[in-house]
Design a protein around this ligand. Structure first.
Ligand code: ADP
Length: 457
């Protein structure tokens, strides 16, 4: 097992990883920017080290400074969390060069997954269903129009190296495409440093369903479950659940078999998430692989009892998953034959003003009251007096609510969100309450366009 792990992140996920390390008897090193010197992750770690000024490019994305910090502190591994450098294969490579274990899959796998068109091409080659489209690089406008006509409008233009729901454009006809293609390419160049874009059929009202996988370094692999992530705003997840409801057992089993087949083809190691769109006829299409811990991993933890972060660290230090897999597969199945206990829902609480187009709402938290009780978990880094900084992501915490069934977790969620108090800044709590008041949401009757369709904004 590792002696000391450096956490190359901040916020709630840094806190989450420090706790997992501590439970495993591993010392932790927090890194922080000068703006984050008072943040909780720096207070609960064994060591802390400043890696630069507030701007992310000079601190949390500064590979040289982070590697130096790991060497100075004698860390034998780095956990990247999610975001920042978590999917940066160059960073993983640098860790390797410096004999530091990067907690995640190898950089070859990261290279494939990080380039969505490459991943789609590989899946297509192996008969994994993908969305009808053209994953190759598109430069020529006339050629693109020809392809789009063949696919059939509407089409969606996506950045190969994109993420976080950014840079996607929907074209309904030739004219749209002609205007949007150059725009999408320059946006992709600015946001992701590469103007490679591709197009695929825009699926109307799909659901976003994803499968978590856990794999060790010896070829053992299993999926501890799947998640529903259809409640999205601007293609970004807002609420996630496990397990997804209203999908036939047959489709779920077929999706799982597909995921395991794809993982074996990729010789997958460590944690991964395979994301799919599911249409109203239960056709499913691969969209991407995330080679890291997901923001929404806790809903799987709450319904399986598996501590995904601890298992990830154990795998990276060379443990196998034989017992974990055996215990999981022999655990009690629910009425649908899934190894899942009850139902969990996660609400992303952001420092944003839902009344003002979700504009960021940084500032001092004058008072916070966090709800509690059986099945209520809040992964966070905030406390009364915390300062929410304008430089970073607006996620201030994740409320995760477990119930014996979806109805119970919805009832508990309503109670918990009503009890929540965060004074001093605006948050997305009122927005979640609005969603919880919606009949279709409560009945599990929704798609990725739920927020627009139901006039939630
Ligand atoms: P990112 O990596 O930026 O998050 P994804 O490819 O994972 O991008 O897609 C994010 C979301 O965008 C999906 O969950 C879905 O809501 C929407 N989306 C992506 N591709 C399509 C498509 N072809 N048709 C309809 N919606 C799509």
């Amino acid at each position: 097992m590792f002696k000391r792990v450096l956490i190359a992140n901040r916020g709630e996920i840094a806190v989450r990883i420090i706790r997992a390390c501590r439970e495993l008897g591993i010392e932790t090193v927090a890194v922080y920017s000068t703006a984050d010197s008072e943040s909780i992750h720096t207070k609960i770690s064994d060591k802390k080290i400043c890696i630069g000024p507030p701007q992310v490019s000079k601190s949390y994305l500064n590979i040289a400074n982070i590697i130096s910090a790991a060497k100075i502190t004698g860390s034998d591994a780095i956990h990247p969390g999610y975001g920042f450098l978590a999917e940066n294969s160059l960073f993983a490579k640098e860790c390797g060069k410096n004999e530091i274990v990067f907690i995640g899959p190898g950089y070859n796998l990261m290279d494939i997954a990080g380039n969505k068109s490459k991943a789609i091409a590989l899946m297509k080659e192996n008969k994994i269903p993908v969305i009808p489209g053209h994953e190759k690089r598109l430069d020529d406008l006339r050629y693109t129009v020809k392809i789009a006509k063949k696919i059939g409008y509407p089409v969606i233009i996506k950045a190969s190296f994109g993420g976080g729901g950014k840079g996607m454009r929907i074209a309904s006809d030739d004219n749209d495409l002609k205007t949007l293609l150059p725009l999408a390419r320059s946006e992709a160049k600015n946001a992701f440093g590469n103007d490679h874009v591709y197009i695929e059929k825009y699926i109307k009202n799909p659901r976003h369903i994803e499968f978590q996988i856990i794999a060790d370094n010896y070829g053992n692999i299993f999926s501890p479950g799947f998640r529903e992530c259809s409640i999205q705003r601007r293609h970004q997840k807002v609420i996630e659940e496990a397990p997804a409801i209203n999908i036939s057992r047959k489709t779920i089993e077929l999706m799982e078999t597909t995921v395991l087949k794809a993982s074996r083809i990729l010789k997958y190691q460590n944690l991964g998430t395979f994301e799919f769109l599911l249409d109203s006829n239960e056709n499913f299409y691969f969209i991407e692989i995330n080679t890291r811990l997901q923001v929404e991993h806790p809903v799987t933890e709450m319904t399986t009892g598996i501590d995904i972060v601890k298992e990830q660290i154990k795998i990276s230090s060379g443990n196998d998953i034989l017992d974990l897999k055996k215990n999981f597969l022999s655990s009690t199945k629910n009425s649908k034959g899934q190894n899942a206990n009850g139902h969990a829902i996660e609400f992303r609480i952001n420092a944003e003003d839902p009344e003002n187009d979700f504009s960021p709402s940084p500032g001092k938290i004058d008072y916070v009251h966090i709800p509690g009780g059986p099945g209520i978990r809040f992964d966070t880094f905030i406390e009364t007096g915390s300062n929410i900084l304008p430089y970073y992501d607006s996620l201030i915490g994740k409320l995760i609510v477990w119930g014996r069934d979806r109805k119970e977790s919805l009832d508990k969620s309503l109670s918990a969100l009503k009890e929540f108090k965060i004074d001093g800044i605006k948050t997305t709590i009122p927005f979640h309450l609005k969603i919880l008041g919606n009949k279709n949401f409560n009945e599990g009757n929704f798609s990725t366009s739920f927020i627009e369709d139901e006039n939630m904004l």
